[in-house]
Design a protein around this ligand. Structure first.
Ligand code: MG
Length: 160
């Protein structure tokens, strides 16, 4: 059986006047993530991990932020498109693991919702994915509540 592994990272600035989306879930907070799309750093990191695993570049290559059609797009749509690319290459997701780093808001109450949403979008069993939420211990831009960052790792299996 052939396995592939991919890693993804993303960070977006927190600004007033935007809704906060992480993992396709709207999270109540006074700020949201700035971006050409809805700014969902978690999904962007996940897309990059998936594209990396199949050697298909990165999210900016597939969905350029200079392209008007992606302006304000729900990142869940991008994730679905990336999942289709993975399937078209003959792979399925074995498991994925995500670390979200946010000083605020506390993501603890939303981890299960995010997990449920991602398992729906990617057609996975919940035990095949894992979401971890951390603060940045008050350090740097993330710790100063200026941004939210995310890391994702995925493993894929070649369908026989
Ligand atoms: Mg991004």
């Amino acid at each position: 059986m052939q396995f592939k592994i991919g890693i993804g990272y993303d960070i977006h600035r927190l600004v007033e006047g935007r809704k906060l989306f992480l993992g396709g879930i709207e999270i109540p907070y006074v700020k949201g993530l700035l971006g050409h799309s809805d700014g969902d750093a978690l999904i962007h990191a996940l897309c990059d991990a998936l594209l990396g695993a199949i050697g298909a570049g990165d999210i900016g290559q597939h969905f350029p932020d200079t392209d008007f059609k992606y302006q304000g797009i729900a990142s869940s749509q991008l994730l679905k498109a990336v999942q289709e690319i993975v399937v078209s290459r003959g792979y399925r997701i074995n498991n994925l693991d995500v670390v979200v780093i946010a000083q605020e808001p506390s993501l603890k109450p939303f981890k299960d919702l995010i997990k449920q949403k991602l398992s729906e979008l990617l057609k996975l069993n919940p035990e095949e994915l894992n979401i971890k939420a951390k603060t940045n211990e008050g350090l740097d831009a993330v710790g100063n509540k200026e941004a939210i960052a995310c890391y994702a790792v995925v493993s894929l299996i070649k369908e026989s």
